[in-house]
Design a binder for this molecule. Structure first.
Ligand code: GDP
Length: 141
């Protein structure tokens, strides 16, 4: 048993489309515990800081601009193997390659506007969770 925490984000494309509720329903049906959630409209500096590991990638500027287009909804999820289980629920980065039944297959528009984010390792989660939430904003139970 490895109980983990992961940072999930409903990205601006999915919030704008009005599918945040459907994504949260999938999270709840998969038995994650939502420890925290809020709407945030990131500044360019905040988006660039969040995606700092991608700063050398050719799509960095475009990705950061996309993430500032409108509000997104960061959340902290907890559960057994939460990091991998949330990534399985999200599906592949490119919706054209995502398995059926995954969030990205059903709600993503493109490889960039792909509906959701999930930490890819415990190290990423330890950077990403406090990027959005202080310990006082988490509701463990
Ligand atoms: P993830 O872990 O599945 O989110 O994928 P990555 O860590 O590789 O990339 C981070 C985010 O950058 C993705 O979720 C996409 O929003 C975006 N992205 C990834 N690959 C591309 C690409 O080839 N082009 C563009 N424009 N955006 C990309």
């Amino acid at each position: 048993m490895t109980i983990q925490r992961t940072l999930a984000i409903v990205k601006p494309d999915a919030v704008a489309k009005g599918v945040a509720g459907e994504i949260i329903t999938r999270i709840e049906r998969a038995s994650f515990t939502i420890l925290a959630a809020k709407l945030v409209h990131m500044s360019l500096a905040e988006a660039r800081g969040f995606y700092i590991v991608h700063r050398e990638r050719p799509f960095y500027d475009s990705l950061c601009a996309f993430m500032t287009q409108g509000p997104c909804m960061p959340m902290v999820l907890e559960g057994e193997s939460a990091i991998q289980r949330w990534r399985d629920l999200m599906g592949a980065t490119d919706p054209a390659k995502a398995a059926s039944g995954t969030i990205r297959k059903d709600f993503a528009t493109s490889i960039e506007a792909n509906a959701v984010h999930g930490s890819d390792s415990p190290e990423s989660a330890s950077f990403e969770i406090p990027y959005f939430f202080s310990s006082f904003e988490l509701c463990p139970r």
